[in-house]
Design a protein around this ligand. Structure first.
Ligand SMILES: Nc1nc2c(ncn2[C@@H]2O[C@H](COP(=O)(O)OP(=O)(O)O)[C@@H](O)[C@H]2O)c(=O)[nH]1
Ligand SMILES: [Mg+2]
Length: 181
């Protein structure tokens, strides 16, 4: 991999994972959520589409946000030829924005690889359905690396949701480091 590479987190989970990545490549944080953008000093998309709020679980709002912020996104990746996206699926931004952003990158004749995961059972069926639908579409479009879900059955002591996601972040980091150490 060369210096033209950039690693981009999409959505809150994706931004969090990328923030923990210690790599020599440039990083970027994209979300519709103002709080997430402030936390990671990222690029807010869909200011008009989402207003003060995020995509609120709505895939359409995630998609429209990319459309609205198309020029900002294209400028952000202008000097990069290889784009690595990190976006665990399940939310409105993580699903909708990732889908449209991948299309934008491909249409700009750049290569894109997506690291993703499915929601945990405790997150409910609605998130899972959104994630599966988006995953099925994206895997026909680009190189998708599905990170295994952290296996909580191996844990004997009590573990909270934050700890589960911390462990899940580490699984992402391991996979990403395999291709960009
Ligand atoms: N690895 C990891 N995954 C997360 C974290 N928070 C959420 N997720 C996963 O990411 C999916 C999408 O959530 P999120 O990134 O918040 O979506 P958004 O609302 O579209 O930004 C969820 O269904 C979770 O499975 C996190 O801190 N770490
Ligand atoms: Mg969100």
């Amino acid at each position: 991999m060369n210096n033209d590479l950039i690693i981009i987190g999409v959505g809150e989970g994706g931004c969090k994972i990328v923030s923990k990545l210690n790599v020599k490549y440039p990083k970027l944080f994209i979300d519709t959520d103002k709080d997430v953008i402030e936390k990671y000093n990222g690029l807010k998309i869909g200011k008009n589409t989402c207003g003060e709020y995020s995509a609120q679980g709505d895939i359409n709002l995630g998609e429209l946000s990319v459309r609205e912020s198309k020029n900002d996104l294209l400028s952000a990746i202008r000097v990069h030829d290889e784009i690595i996206l990190v976006a665990p699926l399940g939310g409105g931004t993580s699903c909708g924005a990732t889908k449209k952003f991948v299309e934008l990158i491909i249409d700009a004749n750049k290569s894109v690889k997506l690291f993703t995961s499915f929601p945990f059972d405790f997150e409910g069926r609605v998130r899972l359905l959104k994630a599966v639908k988006t995953f099925d579409y994206l895997k026909q479009l680009c190189d998708v690396i599905l990170v295994d879900k952290f296996d909580t059955s191996t844990i004997i002591q009590k573990i909270n949701i934050n700890e589960i996601f911390e462990n899940q972040d580490n699984l992402f980091i391991q996979e990403i480091k395999k291709i960009c150490a």
